[in-house]
Write a protein that binds this ligand. Structure first.
Ligand code: BEZ
Length: 405
């Protein structure tokens, strides 16, 4: 395992802020006479001489804003490493704020397709927002490269216009179930998650493999997404249920509050906390501090993954942003790598041309390990069990091993 990285510094020390990026792009569009208000199928102008317009739809506000910031940094790093080009073409980025829910994310992202006429969109953190956008992309024939949202239905059945460089929520939960059943040796577990598609799918995936391996469930609770600030009533139920462990799905600001309250309520010492790895990722772990020590999670990445490719990526990312990379940054970095290959081989760079080229994308040389798309357009990839440990005064997600799938 590679050494734990130096402590996190101030976030974003390099690269344009997304809002500045958006303003710059819109100015450029106005100067070029672009930004047509027409609603057109096919997406993008397919102009094979000028820059290729790519939409970046990420949460810049709300409980998932830190995830959006990491993703913007990951995408930008790939551009920095490739002279601001993808597939040998100049790129024009047009940013949109996904916000917290479909009420903000669906209209902001739809505008990228109908008004800005981008050739493809990268991003989308929230599963409910992605589900609300799927038909727009399919009907407009513009590819959406999902760089986080894990809802299973987004890629089942697969569409030529929907691709994903992240994970499915069910897979992340399912990967951990059998290992936890073995660790608990028949003791019951309590399940808890944010009450929307991602939370339910994560818990369903975990429950399936956990019970198949003989695990017992003590109870379950789903907490209102984005509005829960006090978990004490739910933690009371955990305590009285007789559970010896808890599995949860929380990310971003919800993950911070949940883990801190779990520890402050005195559960941390007696009832082992497990979760999908978003629980202790990046800025969430920074804010949780020592209250997260010992939390065990499943994920397809840790910045502590021991490989030459990851060490090279971590070094470049830390040099650019003065903080270690996260899974969110890697997913967006890889989305840029996917577009790099697709644009390189595309016969035309409008939406339909890029969708066709995406079918031919091969292996992605990723910091998480080399992966390629499966038949549903999701990454075919391993998942790891991780544990929050402190080494030389720095907290990180140490990799315990690869999980059997
Ligand atoms: C989701 O909505 O699918 C999601 C959001 C944050 C982290 C992981 C998954």
């Amino acid at each position: 395992m590679s050494a734990l990285p130096a402590g996190r510094g101030a976030r974003r020390t390099r690269g344009l802020a997304p809002t500045a990026l958006a303003a710059a792009s819109l100015l450029m569009l106005a100067a070029c006479g672009g930004g047509s208000l027409s609603e057109g199928g096919g997406g993008g102008e397919g102009d094979d001489s000028g820059p290729v317009k790519i939409g970046l739809a990420l949460p810049l506000s709300g409980v998932y804003s830190s995830l959006g910031e990491d993703m913007e940094q990951g995408f930008q790093l790939y551009l920095d490493e490739n002279e601001d080009q993808l597939g040998g073409r100049d790129i024009e980025i047009i940013s949109a704020d996904e916000g917290e829910t479909p009420q903000t994310g669906v209209p902001a992202t739809t505008k990228l397709v109908t008004q800005d006429q981008v050739s493809a969109v990268v991003g989308i953190v929230n599963s409910a927002t992605a589900l609300g956008l799927k038909d727009t992309f399919v009907q407009s024939e513009v590819p959406l490269i999902i760089a986080n949202a894990g809802a299973d239905d987004l890629t089942t059945p697969p569409s030529p216009y929907i691709w994903r460089t992240s994970f499915t929520n069910g897979q992340v939960g399912e990967a951990l179930g059998a290992a936890v059943a073995e660790e608990l040796g028949g003791d019951p577990i309590y399940l808890m998650a944010a009450d929307y598609a991602a939370g339910h799918e994560s818990v369903d995936g975990f429950r399936e493999s956990f019970t198949a391996a003989g695990g017992k469930i003590a109870g379950e609770a789903f907490t209102p997404f984005g509005t829960t600030s006090d978990w004490q009533p739910y933690l009371n139920k955990v305590r009285s249920s007789g559970a010896k462990a808890v599995y949860v799905f929380y990310a971003g600001a919800e993950a911070v509050n949940f883990v801190k309250q779990y520890d402050a309520f005195g559960l941390g010492d007696n009832i082992q906390l497990y979760g999908a790895g978003f629980l202790t990722e990046g800025g969430a772990l920074d804010a949780q501090g020592k209250s997260a020590l010992g939390v065990r999670t499943s994920l397809h990445y840790s910045n502590l993954l021991d490989s030459e490719r990851n060490a090279q990526f971590v070094e470049a990312y830390e040099a650019a942003y003065n903080e270690p990379p996260t899974v969110y940054a890697v997913q967006a970095y890889d989305a840029a790598a996917v577009l790099d290959q697709a644009i390189e081989s595309a016969e035309s760079t409008d939406g339909a041309g890029l969708a066709e080229a995406l079918e031919g994308v091969g292996e992605i040389d990723s910091p998480r390990g080399t992966w390629s798309f499966d038949e549903n357009h999701n990454p075919d990839q391993p998942y790891y069990q991780r544990e929050v440990q402190e080494v030389d005064g720095v907290l990180g997600n140490a990799v315990l091993g690869e999980l059997e799938q």
